[in-house]
Design a protein around this ligand. Structure first.
Ligand code: C5P
Length: 234
């Protein structure tokens, strides 16, 4: 066992990784890493410095040059995780679609993934870390004590995303949403670098048709057994 334990939760977007990780980190009192948010923050920094995402090496260099200070605060209930960048809450900003698509295109480049590797690993601090992403168990924390891989069928994930957008007053075509989620899956699973796939030994959970409490309950039970804990607080 490594000195500071890590739990990784990987899977495509819309499977409930964010909520699950937030709940686990709160329940255990462990730190939280939302790795997708780091890709999004890099896109935001590039945007602020007027560097086009096509200038990949320049954008990747921002991590070392700017040394951004990022903190994740798990939320009460099912609210999204708070993301603090250099003292300012940037959660809403980085979750906008332009940051998301810039992050996704940056994430396809090895120089960017390399630049983020040490940054992501620096979140492994006492007493433990819950890491949310696509390659947490396969690449970033291959020695993690517990690896979870969440799946859900594209229609189910589109339904969740549709609801989230509607709550924000954004209306999109449901069929377009299904198609764009399927397209993102194809990109993420077929890319050569760190493709999205379950890590060896990962516990795979299909969250289609399960509520968030259900999924949390299943994972909390696995954690109790794996870490010999009497309780994971909810
Ligand atoms: O999870 P989220 O949607 O915030 O991630 C933003 C983008 O960063 C995704 O499109 C995904 O392709 C990429 N990403 C990644 N590896 C991670 C986390 C996110 O490639 N560990």
């Amino acid at each position: 066992m490594t000195e500071i334990p890590v739990i990784t939760v990987d899977g495509p977007s819309g499977t409930g990784k964010g909520t699950l990780c937030s709940r686990i980190s709160r329940g255990l009192g462990w730190r939280l890493l939302d790795s997708g948010a780091l890709y999004r923050i890099l896109a935001l920094l590039a945007q602020r410095e007027n560097i086009p995402v096509t200038e990949v090496a320049k954008v990747a260099g921002l991590v070392a040059a700017r040394r951004p200070e990022v903190q994740f605060i798990s939320a009460e209930g099912d609210e999204p995780v708070t993301v603090i960048l250099d003292g300012t809450d940037v959660g809403a900003l980085i979750r906008l679609e332009d940051c998301g698509s810039a992050a996704s295109s940056l994430a396809a480049h090895g120089t960017v993934r390399e630049a983020l590797l040490e940054w992501q690993r620096s979140f492994q601090r006492s007493p433990g870390l819950v890491a949310d992403g696509r390659d947490m168990g396969t690449v970033v924390f291959p020695d993690a004590e517990l690896k979870v891989f969440l799946t859900a069928n594209p229609r189910e994930r589109a339904k969740r995303r549709y609801k989230q957008l509607k709550e924000k007053g954004i209306y999109v075509s449901f069929d377009d949403l299904v198609e764009s989620i399927a397209e993102r899956d194809r990109r993420d699973t077929q890319r050569i670098l760190s493709p999205l796939k379950p890590a060896d030994g990962a516990v795979e959970i299909d969250t289609s048709g399960s509520g968030r409490d259900d999924v949390f309950g299943q994972v909390a039970e696995i954690i109790r057994k794996r870490f010999d804990l009497s309780a994971v607080h909810t």
